[in-house]
Design a protein around this ligand. Sequence first.
Ligand code: GLP
Length: 241
Amino acid sequence: MELVITDNAAEAGALAGRIMADHVRRGARAIGLATGSSPLGAYRELIRQYREEGLSFAGVRAFLLDEYIGLPPGHPQSYRQFIRDEFTSHVDFADADVHSPDGNAADIPAAAADYERAITENGPISVQILGIGANGHIGFNEPGSSLRSRTRVKTLTPQTREDNARFFGGDLAQVPTHVLTQGLGTISDAGHLLMIATGAGKAEAVAAAVEGPVSAFCPASILQMHPHATVIVDPDAAADL
Ligand code: GLP
């Protein structure tokens, strides 16, 4: 595992963006995207390179890590909508090439299996950007997730719902209870795992992921088992290392 401590959060995002851009320039067929606030700096860098340096996503497929179950299509906090608003609609990604689990499917387990199949058929994913939850989750693989899990339904922990309530106007009742998420096994199939964490609120989770035991109770610790993992943190998120 490669650990990079940058001078500040802005540089962490820019570095993650440059690494993703390198994968795209080298001909990545598919890249893995994440939602939450952590990857936004990386997406800003990719948008900048698209506008100023001719970076193109034409022909690249994107796969999201996860999706809430039951949010109406077009809801601004559905991850499908979020990734379009924050990233893919600002560059030359074809909308049909941006994939996410279908949280509105009539048959949710079938939607999970369909998503796994789509990743397998269009993969391998060259680079997967990841944030980390304060409890060590990646995607929505909450503590206790099987280290070899595939895309499936998960129930969010009370902490994760509280953490994410800020995206729903602070109203906990609006935060869905269930999600579809790539499993830890699915995520590990990507060629390069690129985790970004900034701010003191992530320090404990980062230390557990990087220096703690590999354990289902810190799902991000699977990065220690991956042949190519990069963790980019700012000084605040590195404080407990
Ligand atoms: C969310 C997402 C994760 C994200 C994490 C941290 O619930 N499902 O993919 O990495 O929690 O979010 P943030 O980056 O906003 O702190």
